[in-house]
Design a protein around this ligand. Sequence first.
Ligand code: ADP
Ligand code: MG
Length: 700
Amino acid sequence: MEKEAKATVAELFGSSVFNEATMRERLPKVIFKQLMKSVAEGTSIDPAIAEVVANAMKDWALEKGATHFTHWFQPMTGITAEKHEAFIAPTEDGNAIMEFSGKELIKGEPDASSFPSGGLRATFEARGYTAWDVTSPAFVKDQTLFIPTAFCSYTGEALDLKTPLLRSMEALSRQALRVLRLFGDTETKRVATTMGPEQEYFLVDEKLYMQRPDLMFTGRTLFGAKPPKGQELEDQYFGSLKERVADYMHDLDQELWKLGVSARTKHNEVAPAQHELAPIFSTTNIATDHNQLTMEVMKKVAVRHGLACLLHEKPFAGVNGSGKHNNWSMATDTGRNLLEPGKTPASNAQFLVFLSAVLAAVDEYSGLLRASVASAGNDHRLGANEAPPAIISVYLGEQLTDVLEQIETGVTKENGKASHLRIGVSTLPALPMDTSDRNRTSPFAFTGNKFEFRMCGSSASIATPNFVLNTIVAETLSRLADRLEKAKDLESDVNKVVKELLNKHRRIVFNGNNYSEDWVKEAKKRGLKNLRTTVETMPELIAPANVKVLAKHGVLTEVESHSRYEIMAENYVKMVNIEALTMVEMTGRRILPAALKALRQTADTVAALKGAKATNAAADAVLAEISAATSDLKASLDCLATTVAGADAVHGSAIAHATYFRDQVIPCMQTLRAAADRLEGVVDASLWPFPTYADLLFRV
Ligand code: ADP
Ligand code: MG
């Protein structure tokens, strides 16, 4: 049995992907070689080669049952977009043949006027174009050949998340290579960033989901009293899977494997109905494509099982929300992980240079990094004692911190004597490689040979945090290279710069409990930023130093940065606006009528009791309670409706609009929710208009 199952997985894996093995098999040898060269070196494809590849791709896709092809791209909505076109082409005799040209493979021209551009593209020049990303393989899904592409305006500005990501990978490779050359590496041609994103999600019953307009429209519950049981018993975490969930996960794995997504671990998470899936890491652009696919397939497969998959950062108040742990490292094309502590003093020195570059980058650009994961959804999660706080710090672990302190002070602990501790000579203590040394509360933790950035939202694309991370590390690496390339004595200069960097950026290192109140105070003393909400992070996107670093490395032009700032504000306003309107509608048409029914029912009871001369204090009390809560509900409803309408009168910058929603609209939403949740506790359960938290969280 065991053997048979394994063979099936091997057969299944990548079976819907036009991957290297398939290309080797189906392309003429010279073409295959040239294509692989372009992939490895990131150079553009010769049209003649594209023609041959397109034809082979089409034949393969037709065999897989495809009738259409689509350029698949990632506009700034955070989700992917596709426009399907049939392979079909008419012939002169009135028949049709299946055709797909090199031109169609390389370039597409979707009418792009309805995608967010942040003012980059006027509607009269609505056309954007998509360009084949040769570094991410094409695949067949839903009878369609999907071609991963980048999406740009006609004038070349990036309109998507993939373009800056690819540009940032180039930038990091360029700078990392300069550093590697200093250490005598002449072999490496390219350094890629690697990424393994752990995806959290919730599963609820689809029928119950359909009865909740808030889940359908906004992805999270906007109402719902706390159930008697939540996550306090911690009986869900790593618990055994319910049969329905296990079936879902099995099916999900199969679908993902077909698409070449290496889904590896799966388990129950902390909150009831919460789960996690982690893939085996790959290069960041492929991991990003695969994570987008994973989210889509998760939703689709759920429907097959009568389930709904929730990817929102905070679907339920009072229980943990979902994140996406972004495991990041840098690797050479020869397969060396640059964040792997070395075994010899010389490789230690190189490791320390890369490590210090990351520390310096995260400290200096913490605001930009924080902004890269900000969204209305993630605001509910960060800093709410279940996820890292909004303050960025780096966890290194006791041992590594100790080593760095010894380097910084020049005092070795071993003999207590002040001796000059030099990197690259044997006095450097052996570097620890203790992966069990974990701190789950840290937003940015070193976990042995990679960093785990834990602030990313579960529903967001990982492209943005990764292009930021790649760019800022490229910058600190470039400064190191600038300096060390001039060094007369490399070893002593490496020693000096590492010391300097550690000294300058030590404030970013924090190994303690990030959830504690003391840390918030301590971080303030250290001068670290605490950007609690999306609105507070927005100015980071247009702060001169941040705009400059993105422009310097060719990742975003100044104009592109500004457009992303506009889009961020727009998205925030749209999201909160939809939530507010959904609350207004649910209250006006469902909760209030239910409350009035309950009021009438209770009033009838009270009247009947009175008539029977059996006045009852409990009935009187319930009537008074429902009556008061209903009045509160109506008052809060009116207040929210007026406040939302007031947004039209807010003029000025994008940030003024977003600030209005944060400071005026959200507090009204909270008041309305409190009134509704109070009513839920006193109204006859049979009258309550939608499934409760207990239903959603436990009836899977
Ligand atoms: P944990 O839950 O303890 O954080 P998981 O095994 O769930 O660990 O997830 C770890 C993730 O890190 C996996 O996706 C794994 O592939 C990824 N990973 C491991 N090594 C690297 C690396 N060098 N670069 C990027 N990601 C990595
Ligand atoms: Mg993790």
